[in-house]
Write a protein that binds this ligand. Structure first.
Ligand SMILES: *Cc1c(COP(=O)(O)O)cnc(C)c1O
Length: 392
């Protein structure tokens, strides 16, 4: 057999994606002002960003970024060599204080942090048990770790217990998103904590979409579930969602976090975040922590979208978070709906497999504190019109 030609394979795969309505295209945003962004020369109302509190453009966050700009554009090295500066140390301390966790450790992104946690803690002979709808980075982490990897049906804590019980030897990590990124629902965290305790597994919660939004002082889904730091030995906080920045931290048990700091490859073999980015994130944490007013506006928008959707016969998935998906089903229909919305000035992301299960393409509507009530109403009317046009 002659060696397979990669270029030919890539072209064939692209043709298959084209036929299945699964191509993905980059859109360039040329201007962003709050919830309005300019794409291809047109202003669109943005209903697909994870900047739930609008902190990426908050004047105080931008000022913090500017004030720290004199420290330079990069950290110069990885944390363990000489890249760990005062901004990083302060951010880690302030995160631990906010989340009431013993220690926090910075990572370049949430994706890297998830690879780090699973890979640094588990190996051959160990077990990682995960919800089927977990974020891709958690799944990739388990694959890289070389441990046994078992998944349970979405949100099914008893399923998690069964999977853990099926392999009693070796160490075990039970990992779940706190808020599921494509569904918006919240994991059964109290039940998962009980299961982890009973099965002597370590519970790891990826709270990328919970922190800043849910819980007292925006501490996230773990706090909202009435759990304490001791119930959840490790959690992921990402800075790119409600904190409006970039990067991530793993917070929790001091010994486990110290182990990550010394052994996790995605921590050791990568450059630390730029100091000014850490400074901006520190300011974002302060605003999020005191941001009950922002959370109240966000909650009002969520309630308004839910009520308006009910009134118009639009079936949103059950979710009380800023992620409000409208299930569509077919990939082509999801694309057509998104295109019809864009024509009316609204940007909503169509999400298709493999990001979501086959046959469950959807519009992933995300709300922000900065959306005005009239803008939410406008989106609802546009959705109803788009639905009628696509159905016709
Ligand atoms: C976005 C996201 C991540 C990755 O975080 P980044 O900092 O963007 O790499 C991890 N987990 C979940 C659930 C996410 O939504």
């Amino acid at each position: 057999m002659p060696r397979e030609d990669l270029a030919a394979r890539v072209q064939a795969a692209r043709a298959l994606r084209e036929a299945a309505h699964r191509r993905r295209h980059l859109r360039t945003v040329t201007r962003r002002a709050g919830v309005v962004c300019t794409v291809d020369g047109r202003d669109l109302l943005n209903f697909c960003s994870n900047d739930y509190l609008g902190l990426s453009q908050h004047p105080r966050v931008i000022a913090a970024l500017r004030d720290a700009a004199g420290e330079g554009s990069g950290a110069g090295a990885s944390h363990l060599v000489c890249g760990h500066g005062a901004q990083h140390a302060a951010l880690e301390a302030e995160l631990a204080d906010w989340l009431q966790a013993p220690r926090a450790l910075l990572f370049g992104s949430g994706y890297l942090a998830n690879l780090a946690v699973v890979q640094a803690l588990l190996g051959a002979g160990d077990l990682c048990v995960q919800d089927k709808r977990n974020h891709a980075s958690l799944i990739d982490g388990a694959r890289l770790a070389g441990c046994a990897f078992k998944r349970y049906p979405h949100g099914d804590a008893e399923g998690a217990a069964r999977q853990l019980a099926s392999q009693a030897e070796g160490a075990a990590l039970l990992a779940s998103d706190g808020v599921f990124s494509m569904d918006g629902d919240v994991a059964p965290l109290r039940a998962l904590a009980q299961v982890a305790r009973a099965q002597r597994a370590t519970l790891y919660i990826d709270d990328a979409h919970g922190v800043g939004v849910l819980g007292d002082a925006g501490r996230g889904s773990i706090d909202a579930a009435g759990l304490a730091a001791a119930d959840v030995p490790l959690r992921l906080v990402t800075f790119g969602k409600a904190l409006g920045s970039a990067g991530a931290a793993v917070a929790g048990d001091a010994d486990l976090v110290a182990h990550l700091a010394e052994t996790a490859r995605p921590h050791i073999y990568t450059t630390a975040l730029p100091p000014a980015q850490a400074a901006a994130t520190r300011e974002a944490v302060r605003i999020a922590r005191a941001g009950d007013d922002l959370r109240a506006r966000l909650a009002a928008n969520i309630g308004r979208l839910q009520a308006g959707a009910r009134a118009r016969g639009l079936a949103l998935l059950p979710s009380d978070t800023p992620i409000q998906p409208l299930l569509v089903g077919g990939d082509a229909d999801a694309l057509a709906l998104a295109a019809a919305l864009e024509q009316q000035g609204y940007w909503v992301a169509p999400i298709r497999p493999p990001t979501v299960p086959e046959g469950s393409a959807r519009l992933r509507i995300t709300l922000a504190a900065g959306h005005l009530p009239a803008q939410v109403d406008g989106l609802l009317d546009a959705l109803a019109r788009a639905r009628d046009a696509v159905a016709a």
